[in-house]
Structure formats: C-alpha cells, structure tokens
Design a protein around this ligand. Structure first.
Ligand code: APR
Length: 278
C-alpha cells in the first residue's frame, strides 16, 4: 500500500539538535564557521570536531548545501545550507529559499538517507516572513517527495507554538491534510451549538489557514493576527461565512497595497464583518 506523500511529512515543536533522524539541516551562513540561532545550537551540540570539518568545506553559496558528519548529535549527518536574507521579496529570495530545501533533499537522497529534519530556514536572523517561508518550504518538499520515493520522512522542527501552527496550516492548505473530524457546514447560530458540533474548531483551522495564505501571498505579517482570528471566529456562522469574511479581508489588503508588518484596523474589521453578514 503506497504511503501518501503528505504522510511522509511531519511537524514537531522542539529542538532540531535532538532529532533522531539520518540528517538534520543547519541554517548556516556562507562561511559555514558557525553563528547564532540554529547554527549556534548545532555547533554546540555537535562539538568542536564539527567546526574542524566545516573549515575544510570552503564555505557555501546562498541556496546551496554541503554535508558533514553529525559527531555528538543523534543525527548521523548535518546538511548545511545557506538561506537568503529577506530584502523585501524582489531579489529572488523565494527561489533561493526553495533551492535550500531542494539541494538539501538532493544531498540526503544521494547519500541514501531516509529521514531528514529541517528548521525554518531564514525566518530568524535572516528575517524571511514566517508564513511565506513556510509555504515555500512545504510546497518544495511536497514537490520533491512526489518525484523521489527514497526519502521516507521529512520532519519540520518548529521553535515555538506560532511556527507549529503555521506549518500545520500550510500542510493543510497545500496538501489537503484534512482534519479527520471535518464537519459538514452547519447553519447553527449559537456558540454552544457550534462548540457542541465541533464546527468552531473547524472554522478556527480554516480561518487560520486562510490568514496564512493572505500573509504569504501579499508578503505581509498581520501583527494583530490572533485578535483578528478571534473576531472572525466569533462572527462566523459556518465555514462558508468564514470564507466570505477572509475573502473580503484579502480584497482590502490588495486594494490598499498593504505590505510588511501590518495591523488590520478595528474599523476595517468591523466594516468587513457587517458587510459579510450570514
Ligand atoms: N531547533 C529548531 N529551530 C530553531 C532552533 C533549534 N534549536 N533554534 C532556533 N530555531 C529557529 C528560529 O526560531 C527560526 O525560526 O530556526 C529558525 C531560523 O533562525 P536562525 O537560526 O536565525 O537562522 P536564519 O534566519 O536562517 O539566519 C541564519 O543566523 O545563526 C546565524 O550563522 C547563522 O548567519 C546565519 C544566520
């Protein structure tokens, strides 16, 4: 029975240095001589022999990947890749980030590896918007796995709950990794009905994914995302109503040319909810 591609991908919250996989991927810099964030954590956990081997690699270009042993890590190997520094999205950052995932997977496959763990490359010091980077990561991995049966498991290791939720939303959005408890659309109007039917959980998951798509398509980060999410869930009667609300929000973002870190004004939210009534 062939394994579905989406079942060869998992999302965990934790520390990549502790992953029991064939290879972990390091979000390095071009010198490959260590740094902060993931890079620092991996060098500390792997021990000084790692730096010795890295010195022999002669650096690494952005979007490329090189491999070393894992030394004191549970993982047998480390694949070092250099993500792009975010500079607004018009300097080829998306393709360079996709290349990091693709080249890392190619290296793993060429070494007959079966399991590999990725951090959220470029989303820390390099400033790549998390939602946008997540969609690129998930889409690139899905494409690679569809062509390559060799890799059995890709683990996205998230540092913190927000990243964990965004990765899961991206998987649901791009790979239809549906929640098993998907409910039919209900016309319940009371929050008790919705809670009892589990529909509010379904609305929350759907709206979370749709906000993720709005952020990644427009390259923005909604700074009042959690408050916006709660307001939409409180107002939405069912998943169809929720979709009309997020579609109106998407239009407002596009029409107003919103970019970067953006707060959606309370008055705009109120007008959208009033206009998209059930
Ligand atoms: N395990 C998993 N994820 C982690 C860990 C960890 N131990 N530590 C940090 N992260 C997450 C961060 O929260 C962020 O989401 O990894 C992501 C990548 O962040 P950075 O490590 O800052 O990597 P990046 O944004 O690619 O910047 C690379 O930073 O550390 C330097 O030498 C590195 O110059 C390079 C730059």
């Amino acid at each position: 029975m062939p394994v579905r591609i989406v079942d060869r991908i998992s999302v965990v919250e934790g520390d990549i240095t502790q992953q029991q996989v064939d290879a972990i991927v390091n979000a390095a810099n071009q010198t490959l001589l260590g740094g902060g964030g993931v890079d620092g954590a991996i060098h500390r956990a792997a021990g000084p022999e790692l730096l010795e081997e890295c010195r022999s690699l002669g650096g690494c270009r952005t979007g490329e990947a090189k491999i070393t042993k894992g030394y004191r890590l549970p993982a047998g190997y480390i694949i070092h890749t250099v993500g792009p520094v975010w500079s607004g999205g018009l300097a080829g950052e998306d393709e360079l980030l996709a290349s990091c995932y693709r080249k890392s997977l190619m290296l793993a496959e060429s070494h007959d590896m079966k399991t590999i763990a990725f951090p959220a490359i470029s989303t820390g010091a390099y400033g790549f918007p998390l939602a946008r980077a997540t969609l690129i990561a998930v889409r690139t991995v899905l494409e690679f796995l569809s062509q390559s049966p060799g890799i059995e498991q890709v683990v996205f290791v998230c540092h913190g709950d927000r990243a964990f939720r965004i990765y899961n939303d991206a998987l649901r959005t791009l790979a239809g990794k549906d929640s098993p408890s998907r409910q039919p659309e209900m016309s319940t109007s009371t929050s008790e009905d919705r809670e009892s039917s589990g529909i509010s959980g379904e609305i929350r998951r759907q709206v979370d994914g749709q906000l993720l798509m709005i952020e990644s398509v427009h390259g923005i980060r909604i700074v009042n995302r959690d408050r916006l999410l709660d307001k939409i869930i409180d107002a939405a009667r069912d998943t169809g109503h929720a979709s009309r609300i997020t579609a109106a929000l998407n239009s407002w973002v596009a029409v107003n040319g919103i970019t970067g870190d953006a707060e959606i004004p309370a008055e705009v939210i109120r007008r959208i909810l009033a206009r998209t009534g059930p």
